[in-house]
Design a protein around this ligand. Sequence first.
Ligand code: DAH
Length: 339
Amino acid sequence: MIEKINQLKAEIETLSPKDLAEADQLRIKYLSKKGLVSSLFNDFRNVPADQKKAIGQALNELKTFATDKINALRESLETADVTDPGLDLTRTPSPLPLGSRHPLSIVRDKIISIFDRLGFTVAEGPEIEDDWHVFSSLNFAADHPARDMQDTFFIQRNPDVLLRTHTSSVQSRVMEHTQPPIRIICPGRVYRNEAISARAHCFFHQVEALYVDKNVSFADLKQTLLYFAQEMFGPETKIRLRPSYFPFTEPSAEMDISCNLCGGKGCSFCKHTGWVEILGCGMVDPNVLEACGIDSKVYSGFALGMGVERMTNLKYQVTDLRMFSENDKRFLEEFQSAL
Ligand code: DAH
């Protein structure tokens, strides 16, 4: 009898039902009226009187043990949601979908970080400006066509309150309250009254750079431009400067880089010239320095300005400007790996 009790106990100890239904089966098998434990109680009648005490105790212990064990098994099965066969609590969770940075922000930050390595610091100015900072201080003649209603958004018909048409306005804002050396980089949004198309938009982004100090020369400008172009588009990039005109620089130039798609051999992107235009630049006109309270006999400087959309187009071949402001997720998600 003792042997049977021990055998049953060992058997119950190893039970591991896989669901609640199986646990119920086990309860019936061992603990119901006709169950294995109960049938041992029936056999108890035949136990000799001198063993009754020990065996009775062992039997009661077995019953408590079996009840506790089967209840514990049931409980642990109840807390796990076995109704969902796909549930695996040990599985690694699926990653949360992450957003991506806007391509214009990626490119703007890249431009800033290149100039940062040359000692330029970020300066910002207001988007709602006045005529002085956007035009007059920058040597635009009173009748310059850029001031025209066709180009500039004026606010409330007041010709002195307008949306800046370029970030060059930050140049004069900084120069009027800082004496050289000045080495700034000015990122920001600008506005022009243009019909929206794939190639033009009424707002876009620019980055302006300005360096004013004693003995700043055109050679410094050229070296800075070469460094920038090679950091931005790769060490094999070549640059070329073409004479140009801006009211606020003298001399002025436009910079081309060897086409970064065909490496200068000529393709449809560079219209088979091997070169693509990327920015305007020049030596700060002495009139601008004087207008901002800087002595042009002591100091000289260079400035340059570039479009962020243009740079992004060159880097990622986004040819329709409207994509940048449409917020189409499919477009934005393309830049997830560009961070
Ligand atoms: N402000 C000019 C524009 O919007 C770009 C520019 C050209 C900026 C030459 C400069 C510069 O600082 O030197 O088209």
